[in-house]
Write a protein that binds this ligand. Structure first.
Ligand SMILES: CC(C)(COP(=O)(O)OP(=O)(O)OC[C@H]1O[C@@H](n2cnc3c(N)ncnc32)[C@H](O)[C@@H]1O)[C@@H](O)C(=O)NCCC(=O)NCCS
Ligand SMILES: Nc1ncnc2c1ncn2[C@@H]1O[C@H](COP(=O)(O)OP(=O)(O)OP(=O)(O)O)[C@@H](O)[C@H]1O
Length: 200
């Protein structure tokens, strides 16, 4: 039986950093952010729907969606964010399930679904166990500002578009405290995988 692990957290809490660690255990990771980029490429159904809803001003010169522009619209307007989510999420979900089932058929020890909005979108039934990558709010804000070179105001808007990471941690089966070093987080992940008997 393949254990399906749901990996989540809040923006810039360290999901991508932790998801890279699964490589060392040969555990595949299905990345919802990556899929959400694929399903909005020119020619895809979701691309057309986004252009119809948001207009051609959100396109780059080459016709692709300008993610920065679209982000600056939807992260300051909950209704518009919902419109975008309703277009993108079904396509992402379908691809995630296809990939999850493909790995489960191979009967490997585990597969990870890295889904930022796992709890908000009520997708926990897609997975067997959940891990939340947690950081304190101050650390989260600093790392987000630094990584995206954004203003504190912009960063706060993005953080507020999700459930507080503290609430997510309370709902998780396991929590990785990523306030410390990456090495410390690695050790926490190792302990969780041992506990779940994914590794020996
Ligand atoms: C708004 C968009 C264009 C901004 O693109 P950008 O390349 O700047 O950011 P990216 O997609 O890499 O997302 C970065 C992070 O923002 C957060 N985030 C993204 N979308 C959302 C959302 N709709 N609600 C809350 N948080 C979100 C997540 O933590 C994500 O990890 C893009 O995020 C998008 O299309 N979002 C809608 C689809 C979605 O919900 N994706 C996230 C999981 S499927
Ligand atoms: N333990 C750590 N110590 C120092 N910096 C870290 C640590 N973990 C992550 N970071 C840095 O913090 C930033 C956010 O981490 P990461 O991109 O992994 O978060 P994320 O949860 O995947 O974000 P998003 O929701 O935007 O996809 C990155 O610049 C990353 O390099």
């Amino acid at each position: 039986m393949t254990l399906v692990i749901g990996l989540t957290g809040s923006i810039a809490s360290g999901k991508s950093t932790v998801s890279l660690m699964f490589d060392d255990y040969n555990i595949p990771v299905i990345d919802a952010d990556k899929l959400s980029r694929e399903v909005v490429k020119p020619g895809e159904k979701a691309y057309q729907e986004i252009v119809t809803e948001f207009g051609e001003t959100i396109l780059r010169e080459d016709g692709a969606i300008d993610r920065k522009k679209l982000g600056s619209i939807v992260f300051q307007d909950e209704e518009k964010r919902k419109v975008l989510n309703d277009i993108v999420h079904p396509a992402v979900r379908q691809r995630m399930i296809e990939q999850r089932d493909y790995y489960c058929k191979q009967d490997i020890p585990a597969v990870v679904l890295d889904i930022p909005l796992l709890f908000e979108s009520k997708l926990t039934h897609f997975v067997d166990k959940t891990i939340v990558v947690y950081v304190d709010e101050g650390v989260q804000l600093n790392r987000l500002v630094e990584r995206d070179d954004s203003s504190r105001e912009e960063a706060l808007q993005r953080i507020k578009a999700q459930l507080p990471v503290k609430e997510k941690a309370e709902m998780a089966n396991e929590v990785i405290d990523n306030n410390g070093s990456i090495q410390e987080s690695y050790q926490q992940l190792n302990a969780i995988l041992k506990k779940w008997k994914v590794i020996g």
